[in-house]
Design a binder for this molecule. Structure first.
Ligand code: ADE
Length: 426
């Protein structure tokens, strides 16, 4: 589709319905109220235009929070185009509102895989100087199919744990062509977004899809990374009896000492009423586990890719015995007495059936994204093709601004304390 609205020149985009823009605009403004840090950066960007004329390809969940990031980049002068980072996470009204603001969007909720890939190709066609990625699909595509564009890229940023793992693998293989800032690894990102965002938003997705009562249910959480910690903590808060499964001995110990039952998935499979995966790995719940599960067990994923629950095996096991019970709720009939329920096609349930993390945590994640993009424009040419952390000064400044916005004051070291901390004599 081609539009002439909202921008000087006709620009292509591909969204569901431009007439949804007014609804999207209202919801974007609603999210903005909870994003004071990003708002300050947007004001600063509007004054200083640090991204003036920079072509940016953004691959992200097209939500109200992402819209506020996109408008911040635009205020900084960026020429940004956006595609979805997941076929099920797009909010169509938000996509429409962004197009009206002159930001080309390629994203439609429920798009098939072929459309999803076409949208990635469309944003890459923009010839980015900066890439903002969420899961590394754009950067993987650039490194395989569009190597011709690599020399023009100053750098990229990555939003997720999964994406950072892929970028590190690319670096280890000696193939990474430009510097990547691992936004996920900033303290003001993963401590808050991954934990305090994933916990409630995952539960929100499960509840919106099912209207399930969690109190008294046995919930199995696979993975005790930052996302798994958040999910387990909030499921317990809703009254579920939570079991954690892990492959890492330290994390397993941590889960045990946080008071969760810890066991292998082989044992947990028969016990769970609800399973939630957050490992970043494949086939964490597999054929052997399905075979043992209770009738009616519910499976949801909160990891980036829909690979954590082995759906291919489940489809083979159920044959034709499969039906949709309600939106995002699919039943697989494995035998006369065994029905398993998969939510949101095994895609991240918080964005498929709900709206993703609350704006207040995305405020910090996207403040990191915006400032990391500015940092790359300023310093990218001096960086090597490696995975970098967000500079500590940016991370701490975001925490300071967030505290300020929350009206929280903290102490400062006295000169005496500073001296004490810097001395070895005692
Ligand atoms: N990832 C998780 N929640 C999100 C949100 N609300 N917006 C964009 N990306 C997200």
């Amino acid at each position: 589709m081609v539009s002439t609205t909202g921008s000087a020149r006709p620009r292509a985009f591909d969204i569901k319905d431009p007439s949804l823009a007014a609804d999207g605009r209202r919801r974007i403004d609603w999210a903005a109220r909870e994003m004071p840090v990003l708002r300050q950066i947007r004001e600063q960007f509007a004054r200083e235009r640090p991204l003036a004329g920079i072509r940016m390809s953004v691959c992200a969940h097209v939500t109200t929070e992402t819209a506020n990031l996109a408008l911040t980049l635009q205020a900084g002068g960026a020429d940004a185009v956006i595609c979805a980072s997941n076929p099920l996470s797009t909010q169509d009204d938000v996509a429409a509102a962004l197009v009206e603001e002159g930001l080309p969007v390629y994203a439609i909720k429920g798009e098939d895989n072929e459309t999803y890939q076409r949208h990635i190709r469309a944003v890459v066609e923009h010839g980015p100087q900066i890439v903002i990625d969420d899961g590394a699909d754009v950067i993987a595509y650039l490194h395989t199919e569009r190597k011709d564009l690599l020399p023009g890229i100053i750098g990229g940023t990555e939003e997720t744990t999964t994406g950072v793992i892929r970028h590190r693998a690319l670096e280890k293989a000696g193939l990474l062509a430009f510097p990547i800032v691992a936004v996920n690894d900033a303290d003001t990102k993963h401590f808050f977004d991954n934990r305090y965002g994933t916990g409630p938003s995952t539960i929100d997705g499960i509840l919106r899809a099912t209207n399930l009562l969690l109190a008294g249910k046995v919930a199995v959480v696979a993975g005790y990374g930052w996302c798994g910690k958040g999910i387990a903590m909030r499921l317990r808060g809703m009254g579920a009896r939570v079991i954690v499964t892990e492959i890492d001995p330290v994390r397993a110990l941590e889960a045990a000492m946080d008071g969760f039952a810890v066991m292998s998935m082989d044992r947990a499979a028969a016990l769970g009423d609800l399973f939630v995966t957050a490992t970043g790995n494949i086939n964490v719940i597999d054929r052997v586990h399905f075979e043992q599960m209770k009738d009616g067990a519910i499976l949801a994923n909160s990891g980036h890719f829909n690979a954590e629950v082995n759906l291919t095996a489940l489809e083979e096991m159920s044959g034709e015995g499969r039906r949709t019970l309600r939106p995002f709720v699919e039943e697989y009939l494995l035998g006369p007495d065994q029905r398993l329920i998969v939510l949101g096609e095994g895609r991240l349930i918080n964005l498929a059936a709900a709206e993703g993390h609350p704006a207040s945590v995305m405020d910090m994640s996207f403040a990191n994204q915006a400032l990391a993009a500015g940092y790359l424009v300023e310093h990218g040419k001096d960086l090597e093709p490696k995975v970098y952390s967000v500079p500590e000064a940016i991370d701490r400044e975001i925490a300071r601004l967030k505290l300020q916005a929350m009206g929280i004051e903290i102490d400062q070291l006295t000169a005496e304390q500073e001296r004490y901390l810097n001395s070895w004599e005692g």
